[in-house]
Every structure is written in C-alpha cells, then in structure tokens.
Design a protein around this ligand. Structure first.
Ligand code: UDP
Ligand code: MG
Length: 313
C-alpha cells in the first residue's frame, strides 16, 4: 500500500465528508493505493455515524473509536499502530490542512529519503495573539532544546516512513513533539515543507489556553528525558553534591571565623541560613537522583533497544 492517512478527530462531524471526498480526489488523481484511518477520539457528536456511512461506500476508509476522549496523542498512537502504508501521512480533521500536499510529502519521503517531513504553516490562518505569536516562541524553544531545526513542530500535517511510526510511542500530549520522539529513536533525516494552511471551516478549536502550560511542561519533559532519562543521577547527583558541598564549605568558613577570628555569633549571619538551605536542597536533589536511578532500573523499557540490522544472527 502506498500511503496511510491517519486522522485524529474529536467532534468534527461537519468536516469529515468534505475532507474525505477531497482526499479521495487527490489519491485517485495520483493513482495511489491508500487507506484512511479515522480515529474518533471519543466524540460526542455524530462523527462516528458519519465515519460508518463513509466506510460503507469506500472500503479504504477505516475507523477506530475510543470509548472516551483520550487526546490527540493517544489517537495518533493507535493510528500509527494500525497503519499499513509505505508512507504515513497525518493530518487534522478540521480541513485546516490541505490534502493536496499528500503527493509531494510522499515524494519527499521516498525520493529524498527523509524519515519525517513536517509541514510548515508559513502563512497561518489562526488568531494572531492566541496562536501565532505564542507558537513562534514555542518553536524557538523547541528548536533550542531538541536540536531539530523545524519552524513548526506542532503542524498536524506530517509524513513518515512506515518504520518510524512503528518505532515510536506518542503518549501524554507529545503529539506536539513527534519529531523529537523520532530523533530519540535514531531517525535523523527530518525535513520540512511549506504547506498551505486554511482557516477552520466548521467547529471550534479543541485546544484552549492550557495548550501553553502543557506545551511548555512537555518541552521540559522532552529536554530532561532526552538528556537524563537514562541516567538521572548524572543531573540530580551532580547538582545535589555541588549544593551540599557548598553548604558544608560555608559552615566551615563560619566556624573558622567564629572561633579563630571572633566574628559575631554564627546563627546571626544570613550566610548561616543559606548554608542550611544549600545542604537540605543538596540532600533532596541527591535523593531524587537516587530514586530516579532505582526507578529506571525497574523499568520494563530498560533493555529495549531498537535494532536496525543483524548479521549472522
Ligand atoms: N483532536 C483530537 N482529540 C482531542 C483534541 C483534538 O483528536 O482531544 C483533533 C481535532 O479533532 C483535530 C486535530 O486534533 O482533527 C487538531 O485539533 P484542532 O484543530 O482543534 O487544533 P488547532 O488547529 O486549533 O491547533
Ligand atoms: Mg485546527
């Protein structure tokens, strides 16, 4: 199969028939064999009925219905597991992403040998204040923390080699950072293509202001897990030790200055409290690192390595 189109959706009944008709036009014009996997993320409107109707007239359309709303990441994850195509394309269901981009995205993956090609909504049709400006800041931070040079991490329209989606697990709200997950799994050829973006035609956005808070926290997770996930002690242990030792040094200094140089009483000096704070924090950090190590020793993922090739075995 040439291409799997994976579409997570939550209450998008109005868009679906139009979107699917458009996708069908594009894939037929390019003579691609395809499947469309629609993941209904616990919609409360008529989306699932619409999907059933669409399926009855076109067996390339497949559906997964979640029992409740788990979020876009969960939907993508299930879609990825089910996808059979040589190239996987993800897109949003709200028709903000144009199916016309599918052939070119697929070509880039196959001919230019990209593991991922991410869409870039260079000209965006969203609210400037609540979406466009914050997203510029986010992308700058994400570039810095992940080392991946993308302008638009969170674009719903992306293309993947089949083996990429089979190697990664999209959890929590990590759909914003799928290229980072892929990079962790060893896929380094990450490209970008400017894609057409359109205003939302039906329905409303499913992500409110929490997107900023969650997006930011997930970015921190990405950074820490990527750098220290497998060796927490190297972060916490280091800073814990530094903090504890600096507390100890300050105490030594205070003690010496009191007993040998007759300085005013130890406990009246602000430095005294700073030393206590540093030692307590140091101990806490050290313990956090130690517990982190114990947890990672027990993790079922600890010896899970992705093997690309084998010889003679
Ligand atoms: N979506 C989903 N589950 C959710 C929230 C959103 O599957 O819990 C889908 C939604 O239906 C759409 C895509 O994710 O197809 C992107 O959502 P939306 O268009 O609301 O995000 P925005 O474009 O405003 O960033
Ligand atoms: Mg949208």
């Amino acid at each position: 199969m040439d291409v799997s189109i994976v579409i997570p959706l939550f209450n998008e009944e109005e868009s679906l028939p139009e979107l699917l008709a458009w996708i069908e036009r594009v894939v037929n014009a390019n003579q691609l064999s395809y499947e469309v996997i629609l993941i209904d993320d616990g919609s409360t409107d008529d989306s699932w009925n619409v999907i059933e109707n669409l399926r009855s007239s076109n067996s390339n359309i497949k559906g997964i219905k979640f029992q409740r709303n788990y979020g876009k990441s969960a939907a993508l994850n299930e879609g990825f597991k089910a996808a059979l195509g040589q190239v996987i394309i993800t897109m949003d269901a709200d028709m903000q992403d144009s199916p016309d981009e599918i052939p070119e995205l697929r070509r880039m993956v196959l001919e230019e040998n990209y593991d991922i090609v991410s869409g870039w909504k260079k000209k965006r049709y969203d609210n400037t204040l609540t979406k466009n400006i914050p997203s510029k800041l986010f992308n700058a931070a994400a570039r810095k923390m992940s080392g991946i040079q993308l302008n638009d991490f969170n674009c719903g329209l992306k293309a993947y080699k089949n083996k990429v989606v089979k190697c990664i697990e999209v959890y929590g709200e990590m759909h914003r950072y799928v290229p980072v997950l892929a990079k962790w799994a060893g896929f380094k050829r990450i490209g970008e293509k400017v894609v057409e973006h359109r205003a939302r035609k039906y329905g409303v956005t499913k992500f409110g202001w929490e997107r900023f808070v969650n997006g930011f926290l997930d970015l921190m997770t990405i950074f820490f897990v990527g750098k220290f996930g497998k060796r927490p002690m190297h972060f916490f242990g280091l800073w814990g030790t530094i903090s504890f030792l600096s507390g100890l040094l300050i105490f030594a200094y205070l003690t010496v200055s009191k007993f040998f140089f007759d300085a005013i009483g130890m406990t009246q000096r602000p430095l005294f409290f700073f030393a206590i704070l540093a030692m307590i924090m140091g101990t806490q950090l050290f313990l956090a690192g130690f517990i982190g190590e114990l947890i990672s020793r027990n993790s079922s993922e600890r010896n899970h390595y992705l093997i690309e090739n084998k010889l003679g075995l």
